[in-house]
Design a protein around this ligand. Structure first.
Ligand code: UDX
Length: 490
């Protein structure tokens, strides 16, 4: 590292160890590297190994002399992140392993040891479970900025939970999930019980996940600022309420498109892959897409954490095949809970007649892969719709490419995201809490055939607003400049 680089600020970026979090925070890291800021990107040993195995992170970041990938010892079996219910255990493990590691890393005098070529840390950007890093940062006297990888709408509901409890709207008595929620400002009139994040759809306030997630979220105002991967034209009405709790908001999304735009400015014709996938991408699906008509293919993926049952998979499969629409489907390894140890897609096992028919129809007009280069898939002209679990990265990637969605949220922030897609932005259909082949077929036909032009038109308008936000002078562009200035000023 040269002397000029030595004088620049040094930021520690610390994501929660899961795909959606690592992905968006690496994009932020690269945007800051482009501004000359030194970055130490801290991940678990497991994520570190997977990034080395499946991505070109090391060679890609070589052009930034200030970037350094660091890792802490594994705190727990990360495959358990699959199961939302494990969240409390995971957090406890993170507290016990990562907190001491962080303390040592941050208090180490950079003039000694292995870090002598790097300037001292000037700021921490931390994701999700804040309090462990906040305690350390406050003790050491380092400024800390929080980054939430979820939508402003979803995160805002966390802040309103105490009000819901006070007003008697939580916990829910009984199973009436479609009743309206009145006490989330900015969402009156469209938010229902079933649209609250899964952790808050509880009948019992002693639920440990409920309490943990709420406690962590309510720490956010202790941070110096809050970065959100969203843009003002998308969530402005919620952001104005948010600013009453967290006045220093940096809305800089959609991050993946923002980074792509900045890289293209710097390296004209830059088409290099900037994948952060923790699984091997099967690029053969792009060749398959090249042979499909424009806007004809439904892309199906339920993200990086969700597990579905074999029954659910079959309902989707019947519904999609019966719709007659072409499809590209990602079925992540180990993402189907097959119960008896049989793999629904294993061609060596004997099949019932309907399943054989489904496989034939899949060969005719479908393609299935274990993990796709999703950003490239969504940008492909053959894609006309996305059946998604409504993870926030997937939602933003779809919005940025003008691809309408069918939303089947699984857990966490996905429930409010899908309500916004269906009811507020009207760029898709919300299929929450139901999975029946007849409904799947109808929704696929509505999105891809009957109401195709209407959805494509609105999605296209939203994509234009996303592009505007990251152009010079746009809201996300200006907020990133402000974030960089604030980091530099210290
Ligand atoms: C979950 C949450 O729902 C999300 O909102 C939160 O911020 C992180 O945890 P996840 O299941 O990972 O997220 O979904 P999502 O946020 O959509 O992220 C998945 C990422 O994996 C996306 O960036 C997507 O492009 C990528 N992906 C997915 C691939 O690259 N290939 C695939 O085949 C599937």
């Amino acid at each position: 590292m040269d002397q000029v680089q030595q004088l620049r600020p040094h930021v520690l970026i610390f994501p929660f160890p899961a795909q959606g979090h690592v992905n968006s925070m690496l994009k932020l890291a690269e945007l800051l590297c482009l501004a000359g800021i030194n970055i130490t990107f801290l991940v678990s040993n497991n994520i570190h190994n997977r990034l080395l195995r499946h991505t070109n992170v090391v060679s890609r970041f070589r052009k930034y002399p200030g970037f350094h990938l660091d890792h802490y010892p594994d705190a727990y079996d990360e495959s358990k992140v699959h199961i939302a219910q494990e969240i409390t255990d995971l957090c406890t493990a993170l507290q016990s392993v990562v907190k001491p590691f962080l303390k040592e890393l941050l208090s180490k005098d950079p003039a000694h040891g292995t870090r002598k070529d790097r300037p001292p840390f000037s700021c921490i950007i931390v994701d999700g479970f804040l309090s462990l890093a906040l305690d350390v940062a406050e003790e050491i006297g380092l400024p800390l900025i929080c980054f939430r990888t979820i939508s402003a709408g979803a995160f805002w509901t966390y802040f309103c939970i105490p009000r819901l409890v006070e007003a008697g709207e939580l916990p829910f008595p009984g199973d009436e999930m479609n009743l309206p929620i009145e006490n989330v400002k900015g969402m009156e009139g469209f938010l229902r019980r079933c649209d609250l994040p899964s952790f808050f759809r509880v009948g019992d306030l002693t639920n440990p996940d409920f309490n943990l997630l709420l406690k962590e979220a309510l720490q956010t105002p202790r941070a110096k600022g809050l970065i959100l991967n969203t843009f003002e034209d998308l969530e402005g009405c919620i952001l104005s309420h948010f600013r009453t709790h967290c006045p220093n908001l940096y809305t800089i999304g959609p991050l993946h498109a923002h980074l792509r735009a900045r890289l293209q400015l710097r390296e004209a014709n830059s088409n290099n892959s900037n994948s952060n996938s923790l699984w091997e991408e099967d690029k053969s699906c792009i060749k398959w897409l090249d042979n499909q008509p424009p806007k004809s293919v439904l892309y199906v993926s339920f993200g990086s954490i969700s597990i579905i049952t074999r029954e659910t998979l079959l309902e989707f499969w019947h519904g999609i095949v019966n719709s007659g629409v072409r499809f590209l489907w990602v079925i992540r390894p180990n993402s189907v809970n097959v119960g008896l140890g049989d793999d629904v897609l294993d061609s060596t096992k004997s099949k019932s007649t309907p399943e054989v028919e489904l496989e034939e129809a899949t060969k005719e007009r479908g393609c299935m892969v274990g993990w796709a280069p999703q950003e490239d898939v969504l940008a492909h002209p053959a894609i006309g719709g996305f059946l998604t679990h409504s993870g926030w990265n997937s939602t933003l990637e779809s919005i940025a490419e003008g691809v309408p969605m069918i939303c089947w949220p699984c857990f966490a922030d996905q429930q409010p995201n899908s309500r916004f897609v269906g009811e507020v932005w009207k760029i898709g259909l919300d299929m929450k809490d139901t999975c029946d082949r007849v409904i799947v077929e109808k929704m696929v036909r509505d999105l891809m055939v009957e109401r195709k032009d209407e959805f494509l038109h609105r999605a296209d308008e939203m994509a234009k607003l996303a592009r505007k936000s990251i152009e010079e002078g746009g809201s996300s562009f200006c907020n990133l400049v402000r974030l960089i200035d604030d980091i530099v000023k210290g």
